[in-house]
Design a binder for this molecule. Structure first.
Ligand code: HEM
Length: 502
């Protein structure tokens, strides 16, 4: 009876059985889906009190997971996905992702509600596989008092004074980067360059890691880790997610070695000048408000978080900014003008070198608008999750305890708040946007810890780029994708002209 041809089930069914089993299975799935939809419809309609938000939860567990993960892979895909739902159900709708029922708040008041009530009716939440990747002590996973205490501790390493301390090293690193990696080239894969720059910058900030095989290994593991955010969490040999878990293990082992080495250096009082101000040194020596040093597991999870959060994000935005600047000659002209003025002022004050001050960065107003506009059109994240800890009523809808709320950046594309929203127009940032319409760094208690650092490293990079090179896109029509952060398909391949050699 059993044949041994065809696919892996052929030992169970004959080919004849296949031909009539297939329509039966499809019919059974369709009937189950119809029964599920009808019973959900009547359950929602007959419940007392305010209704659940409109929308479709789809099948148990799967819901809209597959279509959402696929939409996340292209720049337009995710925008269009939210738009389609919004057109059909309005800005507040229910859906299901990774098995969780959630409510989309696709409007500024929804974002405001989520960020202002954090810790009261809901707290941050990550699907199981993502919190496994981040680790239980990661700031991004902690909630309530525990998060508050840890966040206060970390905030002190990211205040204005810290930025002033970090600037000279970030600047030195940028100069080194262009001297070593760009000189003599006629074409450059800009996204590969921004990866190398932001990775070495964040490694310096966090643990003063020298270039070499250890950093190379780190870089590969971090790429694998980041891509894990958009894989289906199937931990079986051959599946991408199992590779991601291995990458996390390998990163933690390396961090453990680096910590052990630094503890020895501290004990023997031979920590280098640069390493004295890095985050690792602070974490190993500065106690929290309660007089305790962090546990090793907490140090590792948060070193990992800082390295992850501070690498691909800024790198992707820098590469996209290089793309947008090249695509818009008037933007390019204006940016060149701004940096010429800064260089002229430096020359007049006798500082005709590669150094940069915080005042120089403050003068890069137009450049910052270009980055803001890049972040609006290509946010690194579509939004984020919060989990309700009580039953809620919002705008006439009932949201049960345990459901997720999704804060969203899709208002970035709303013509109601941004005129001609798909146009790249840095001048729109001459005026502030309406509240809670623009949240590239999130808001509330989990707002990005490193946003000032990100701003600093991106401005420094663009300054040295504009000072040394002019550039144009090899393929101006190259598509933009996401994996999971925005990038062009050719990783922003540009032709460059060295302005310092003429
Ligand atoms: C363009 C660059 C960046 C963007 C767009 C960005 C965006 C974000 C967003 C959206 C969140 C919050 C997620 C949520 O609320 O659900 C976040 C959190 C965070 N970011 Fe960034 N980030 C950037 C660069 C950086 C850098 C350079 C660092 C470190 C130096 C960093 C460190 C962190 C940390 C530690 C958190 C967690 C804060 C907490 O949970 O208390 N980020 N970031």
């Amino acid at each position: 009876m059993a044949t041994n041809k065809g696919n892996g089930l052929s030992f169970m069914f004959s080919e004849d059985m296949y031909s009539y089993m297939t329509p039966i299975i499809i019919l059974a799935i369709t009937v189950l889906w119809l029964l599920w939809s009808v019973s959900s419809y009547f359950r929602d309609r007959n419940q007392p009190g305010p209704p659940l938000p409109p929308g479709n939860l789809g099948f148990p567990f799967i819901g809209q997971t597959v279509e959402y993960v696929l939409a996340l892979r292209s720049a337009d895909g995710i925008r269009e996905w939210f738009q389609k739902k919004n057109d059909r159900y309005g800005p507040i709708f229910k859906w299901r992702l990774w098995g969780y029922e959630m409510v989309m708040m696709d409007l500024p008041e929804g974002n405001q509600f989520i960020f202002q009530n954090e810790g009261i009716s809901h707290h941050i939440f990550w699907p199981g596989h993502m919190s496994t990747l981040l680790g239980p002590d990661s700031l991004l996973v902690l909630t309530g008092e525990h998060h508050k205490l840890n966040r206060r501790y970390f905030d002190r390493f990211f205040d204005h004074n810290s930025m002033c301390r970090y600037l000279p090293e970030v600047n030195r690193n940028a100069v080194r980067h262009f001297t070593k990696l760009w000189q003599g080239k006629e074409q450059v894969v800009a996204h590969e360059m921004t990866n190398l720059y932001t990775f070495s910058t964040i490694c310096n900030l966090v643990l003063t890691l020298e270039k070499g095989p250890r950093m190379d290994k780190f870089l590969v593991d971090f790429h694998v880790w980041t891509q894990g955010l958009s894989y289906l969490p199937i931990n079986l040999p051959g599946f991408q997610y199992s590779k991601v878990l291995k990458a996390r293990k390998s990163i933690l082992e390396l961090l453990g070695e680096v910590m052990e080495q630094r503890r020895k250096e501290i004990a023997e009082d031979r920590v280098s000048e640069a390493a004295r101000i890095d985050i690792l040194n602070n974490l190993l020596t500065v106690p929290d408000d309660e007089g305790n040093l962090l546990q090793d597991s907490s140090i590792k999870d948060n070193l990992l978080l800082l390295l992850i959060a501070g690498f691909d994000t800024s790198s992707s935005i820098l590469a996209m900014a290089i793309y947008y600047i090249a695509k818009h000659p008037h933007v390019y002209k204006e940016i060149v003008h701004e940096h010429k003025l800064i260089l002229e002022e430096k020359r007049l004050s006798g500082k005709d070198d590669d150094s940069l001050t915080m005042e120089n960065l403050s003068a890069m107003k137009y450049t910052w608008r270009v980055i803001k506009e890049t972040l609006r059109l290509q946010p690194v994240t579509a939004g984020g999750w919060r989990k309700t800890v009580t039953n809620l009523e919002y705008k006439g809808y009932y949201i049960p305890k345990g459901w997720l709320l999704f804060w969203s950046q899709s208002v970035n594309y709303s013509p109601k708040y941004f005129q001609d929203p798909l146009k790249f127009d840095p001048s729109r940032w001459e005026r502030p946007p309406p509240l809670y319409t623009y949240l590239p760094f999130s808001s509330g208690s989990h707002t990005c810890l490193g946003n000032e650092f990100a701003k600093l490293e991106m401005l420094v990079f663009i300054h040295h780029l504009v000072k040394r090179y002019s550039w144009s896109l090899i393929d101006p029509n190259v598509p933009i994708i996401r994996d999971p952060f925005p990038k062009t398909l050719d990783k922003t391949l540009i032709a460059v002209k060295d302005l310092t050699s003429s």
